[in-house]
Design a protein around this ligand. Sequence first.
Ligand SMILES: NC(=O)c1ccc[n+]([C@@H]2O[C@H](COP(=O)([O-])OP(=O)(O)OC[C@H]3O[C@@H](n4cnc5c(N)ncnc54)[C@H](O)[C@@H]3O)[C@@H](O)[C@H]2O)c1
Length: 348
Amino acid sequence: MISEILPALRGLMAEKEVLPRLRKIEPAGDEPVISIPADCPDAIASLRAQLPPKARCATITGLGTFAAESAASNGRAAGKVAVVTGAAQGFGFEIASDLAEQGAWVALADINADGVRTAADKINAACGREAAIGVVVNVAEVTSLKQAFAQVVETFGGFDLLVANAGVLRAGSVKTISEKDIDFVTAVNYKGYFLSVQAVAPIMALQHQAAPEAWFDIIQINSKSGLTGSNKNGAYAGSKFGGIGLTQSFAMELVEDNIKVNSICPGNFYDGPLWSDPEKGLFRQYLDSGKVPGAKTFEDVKRFYEAKVPMRRGCTTPDVMKALYYLVEQRYETGQAVPVTGGQVMLA
Ligand SMILES: NC(=O)c1ccc[n+]([C@@H]2O[C@H](COP(=O)([O-])OP(=O)(O)OC[C@H]3O[C@@H](n4cnc5c(N)ncnc54)[C@H](O)[C@@H]3O)[C@@H](O)[C@H]2O)c1
């Protein structure tokens, strides 16, 4: 019930196309009280009928009292509520940090329970406000997603932006990679993206019904391997190519709910733990497996991959954020896969 009522309430409290964050507060006693029966066929109509014009606060019987809160700053993401999956580390953490720095409220969602809470605490300390929460989720499981996103709705009222970033990699030859590894990569990268959108789209659609002028965004962090094949890395590349099929299909369908759906396809992010972790990172794996001929150090492996990039360097989170803000701010684009690869992948 909470995942239906609060998004609709924040939509009805929107000022033009900007929806407020909803915060649960202690009732002062003078708030309008709204009752929505469990079997109500049209919760939005019922809310609309009971909510006084310009109300910024309301008690919903059985759920609590909620106050509308507007943007705390003027950044590029000011006042938006975002959820970033796979945000305990790497791109996800840095994307969530940047969104918070730019004025958003951010839910970091990750399978790593300790990591995601620590990550949210770090963001709050850095921006000096309660901008972030950490929630535990396995994006490959429907029930887990429902529970996690309900927690986000309870805390912030709904969502303006989903960054579907959670992703995993198991490299290996098609001749030898195990079925277990194929299933693992497909479950997180492909099905996990599908299920994340399935969980978030109905909530955004409710917000749209209540606030028809507002637009919402779903942005998948894909990969250059979603645009071009990746040698001995078929499970990963296939899952990412599939993700672009989902992005295009979801974009066609969800435009009716004012939801734009796009993918960002970054090049290699050498600074993140996926590459740099000294024991498990790709520099270590490629060095140990002899994948890069003659390489003796991490630097040798890095130089080998940088040489494939016209701009001769890896991708960074600021590179990705420029694409992300472009996609959010651009009102005339959906279903796109935007490369951020220093020219390594060029679109026709
Ligand atoms: N690192 C790169 O070079 C690179 C390049 C292009 C695209 N990408 C993509 O960017 C995204 C992030 O990559 P990264 O390098 O930051 O990875 P990372 O391994 O550093 O972080 C991934 C995060 O996702 C979480 N996660 C894994 N499975 C999950 C699940 N089932 N449910 C929820 N969370 C889960 C992990 O706990 C981790 O915190 C991925 O989709 C990846 O494919 C990465």
